[in-house]
Design a protein around this ligand. Structure first.
Ligand SMILES: Nc1ncnc2c1ncn2[C@@H]1O[C@H](COP(=O)(O)OP(=O)(O)O)[C@@H](O)[C@H]1O
Ligand SMILES: [Mg+2]
Length: 269
């Protein structure tokens, strides 16, 4: 019998901090700096952020408001470029992408979801999910079967023909996730995806993201300020003043345990 060689999991990497060479970590940020210019003033957002993930799974970034979480996610998703430092996703040097390359990269190689669902109100759930494919010029037949599968996978099979305003916040966010997964990217970034959801919908979404990471062997990296979310993740990167101050391994911790570690880290000074 033939072995299934279509294995998407990268080989484990014993030295996560090494420069990405033959066996690159899935995600690798080194000494990333970014400042925003506000007139005369420079607002430093990242001041040497370094993090590395060498296996697929569900990971969190936590940090106080203004610590640079969204900026880091934006740079990793090639929505902006760092002033200094390197960002690698697999063998791709994200920090060096031209605008055109970045557009293709975002469309095909990663998925991104935000707190605002960013759905097109005049399109149905299905049309929203298919939109990146439609824009890329794909024919309807293949798109239809993939959107059907994704909508079912995210518990939205009976919502396919609804427009966003007829759906709950949790359902709208699941559509945004289905859309982000259309091209089966190895990496999904989420910036406070449950920021607009009630706690029951939030719990459901966190579980769903954990399942997706496990079943699709994906890297899911989520910015959150909620310890209850971080519990679903295997590791938390704690950002403070634009740097990754520490990581928290969540195994064996409940939400209170994560909250206690996190509070300890951010108030250590
Ligand atoms: N577009 C921008 N222009 C100017 N300053 C910004 C901009 N975006 C973020 N900042 C500043 O950069 C710092 C980090 O912001 P951000 O990455 O949004 O943090 P977080 O997501 O952790 O709240 C903050 O001081 C914020 O005010
Ligand atoms: Mg933010």
């Amino acid at each position: 019998m033939r072995q299934n060689v279509a294995e998407s999991t990268p080989r484990p990497h014993s030295d996560g901090m090494a420069a990405p060479t033959a066996s690159p970590p899935l995600l690798h940020c080194t000494n990333v700096h970014k400042a925003y210019r506000l007139g005369e003033r420079e607002v430093p957002a990242l001041r040497g952020a370094t993090l590395s993930v060498d296996r697929p799974g569900y990971y969190a970034i936590m940090g106080q408001s203004g610590s640079g979480k969204s900026t880091l996610l934006h740079l990793m998703a090639a929505l902006d470029r760092p002033d200094q430092g390197e960002i690698w996703i697999g063998a791709k040097a994200v920090h060096k992408l031209s605008e055109r390359e970045a557009t293709l990269f975002r469309r095909r190689e990663i998925g991104v979801v935000f707190q605002q669902f960013n759905l097109i109100p005049t399109l149905t759930a299905r049309e929203n999910v298919e939109l990146p494919g439609t824009l890329a010029g794909e024919g309807p037949a293949g798109l239809h079967s993939r959107s059907t599968e994704l909508l079912a996978r995210l518990g939205l099979a009976d919502r396919a023909e609804h427009r966003p305003d007829a759906l709950s916040g949790g359902e709208q966010q699941r559509i945004a996730i289905a859309r982000a997964l259309l091209f089966s990217p190895p990496v999904l970034f989420a910036d406070e995806p449950t920021g607009n959801l009630d706690s029951a919908s939030s719990e459901r979404l966190w579980s769903l993201l954990a399942e997706i990471a496990r079943e699709q062997k994906m890297l899911v990296l989520m910015v959150t300020h909620e310890p209850a979310a971080a519990v679903h993740c295997k590791r938390v990167f704690v950002l403070q003043d634009g740097r990754v101050k520490t990581t928290i391994e969540t195994e064996g911790l409940d939400a209170a345990g994560v909250a206690a570690r996190y509070q300890f880290v951010v108030h250590q000074g």
